[in-house]
Design a protein around this ligand. Structure first.
Ligand code: PMP
Length: 360
């Protein structure tokens, strides 16, 4: 059986070239006689892999020297706690709640200090990004937190909030490396890699140097201190070694594709194919405010739960996998990350047209 078009929100589709390359290196990585999975993380071969991956990421994102790059574990969810534990010096942080993941981060932070919800789009089922140009930022806020791309709802911050000089912390799990970013605008950029970069089990944290201190909240576990991981270059303990290796391959793939500006163009082109169809369809419709639409996650509905279920079932039979919307919102969602080829989106739209004609 061949590969299908996989629209999963994560773990998600990876570039076929990368999968083939890692398959080719499975039994004998570059003459070492072993797979990267079997290799000591302290070996010379592995050191080259992790250092190379970091350098390629630095090149792709143009990461300045005063930012450290960490490859950690615990998923994006562990960062919900690690961020307040390390950054809440004044025990105050401001959260912009634009979806379930931002809300979870906000609720977690509230365990450690005063977490303020300074804006939210929950009143309209997180279908838009609130105006963040003049928010009531707390005077003593240690940071302002956003989830930049909302995987479940399909919204994205097109402009970053005005933090009035406070440190910006962003969860970019579902838009990581999908377009160029100005790293200097953030204190921390982090994300789980299982959507746009690699296999689940790795979380990448890009953190500005001045935020890395020993002064963490009392009781912060050693494993949850950024400083420990920085000092040990992501090798305080055994890192998610194989996952980091695959991430490194994806970084090289992205470089070969032409980098993040090229990815942005490709992603805009792919998303436009789907959104343009949705905008003129008489059956399907997008569920979020047009200006805030994500390039990565595209939710849509027919307005009829039975018809939605029929669509998902028939799409699956036709080779379009994982189109069911998140369990909390229903409907459909097509996640079209970097590695989803344009042909996959075109084929999906053709299928939707056919379904529409048959179900008018
Ligand atoms: N943030 C965002 C934006 C996500 O989409 C997800 C996962 N789907 C998470 C955080 C949680 O990630 P993890 O499962 O790696 O903890």
């Amino acid at each position: 059986m061949g590969r299908i078009y996989n629209f999963s929100a994560g773990p998600a589709v990876l570039p076929e070239e990368v999968l083939k390359e890692v398959a080719g290196e499975m039994l004998d990585y570059k003459g070492t006689g072993m797979s990267v999975m079997e290799m000591s993380h302290r070996s010379k071969a592995y050191e080259e892999i992790i250092k190379g991956a970091e350098q390629d990421l630095r090149d792709l994102m143009n990461i300045p020297d005063n930012y450290k790059v960490l490859f950690l574990q615990g998923g994006a969810s562990q960062q919900f706690a690690m961020i307040p534990m390390n950054l809440m010096k004044n025990k105050v942080a401001d959260y912009i709640v634009t979806g379930q993941w931002a809300k979870k981060a906000y609720q977690e932070a509230a365990k450690y200090g005063k977490a303020n919800k300074i804006a939210s789009s929950e009143d309209k089922t997180f279908s838009y990004i609130p105006d963040c140009s003049d928010l009531p930022i707390s005077e003593d806020a240690d940071y302002v937190y956003i989830c930049e791309n909302n995987t479940i709802y399909g919204t994205k911050f097109k402009t970053l909030p005005n933090t009035k000089g406070k440190t910006l912390v962003a969860d970019v799990s579902s838009c990581f490396l999908s377009e160029p970013v100005d790293v200097t605008k953030y204190g921390i950029i982090y994300g789980g890699v299982q959507k746009n970069i690699g296999p689940a089990g790795v979380v990448i944290v890009i953190i500005r140097e001045d935020l890395i201190t020993e002064d963490t909240l009392p009781g912060t576990p050693t494993m949850l201190q950024y400083k420990i991981h920085v000092e040990n270059e992501s090798m305080y303990n055994t890192p998610p070694a194989y996952g980091i290796y695959v991430c490194g391959k994806v970084f090289q793939w992205l470089k070969n594709m032409g980098g993040l500006s090229v990815m942005k163009e490709r992603n805009e082109e792919k998303a436009a194919i789907l959104y343009d169809f949705l905008d003129q369809s008489e059956l399907f419709k997008g569920t979020v405010c047009k200006e805030d639409r994500s390039l990565m996650n595209v939710p849509f509905v027919t307005g009829n739960d039975e018809l939605d279920a029929k669509f998902v079932k028939e799409a699956k039979a036709a080779g379009f996998e994982n189109l069911k919307g998140h369990r909390t919102v229903g409907g459909m969602r097509a996640s079209i990350y970097n590695a989803m080829p344009k042909e996959g989106v075109i084929a999906l739209v053709e299928f939707m047209k056919k379904f529409e004609a048959e179900n008018k």
